[in-house]
Write a protein of this length. Structure first.
Length: 153
């Protein structure tokens, strides 16, 4: 599992004057039909990301508001499932929608660039989408737990 930007089968523009090939695009070109790209998205909830406060990174819990109209998340939420897996190519007018981009940074970056929540979707960007009605932030382990093996008697 990775951020949708990394698994996307199309180039990523961030910001608009900076473009790069994604890992998903590289894998898709090299593995062809053996590669499947599965996006993940949610309608609302919480997630972890870095926020820059006074130019310093702070690992934060961020709240995601309910999705806006004309977004992939809003379209999928209308099906009233807590979890939905669908074929990306079956979504009508997907190239006219936006989708939520959650990455490692939320809000403004250390270079004062505002990370936008929504980006335009493209046909062929993913093979499948897993939609979650709502999410919770991850729990970060603070202390190493030593691994033990069961007694082999």
């Amino acid at each position: 599992m990775a951020h949708n930007v990394h698994i996307s089968k199309t180039r990523y523009d961030y910001p608009s004057n900076y473009s790069y090939k994604t890992s998903g695009q590289f894998l898709s070109e090299n593995m062809r039909e053996k590669h499947i790209s599965i996006a993940q998205t949610t309608n609302n909830g919480y997630f972890n990301a870095w926020k820059y406060i006074k130019q310093q990174p702070v690992f934060s819990v961020c709240k995601l508001k309910e999705a806006q109209r004309n977004s992939l998340e809003k379209y999928l939420s209308k099906h009233n499932y807590k979890i939905l897996i669908c074929d990306y190519s079956s979504i009508p007018r997907v190239n006219k929608m936006t989708y939520t981009v959650i990455g490692h940074t939320y809000g403004k970056t250390n270079m004062n660039y505002k990370v936008k929540r929504y980006q335009k979707l493209k046909e062929g960007k993913f093979d499948y989408v897993i939609y979650f009605e709502s999410t919770k932030q991850s729990s970060i382990l603070k202390k190493s737990i030593p691994l033990t093996t069961p007694n082999q008697n």
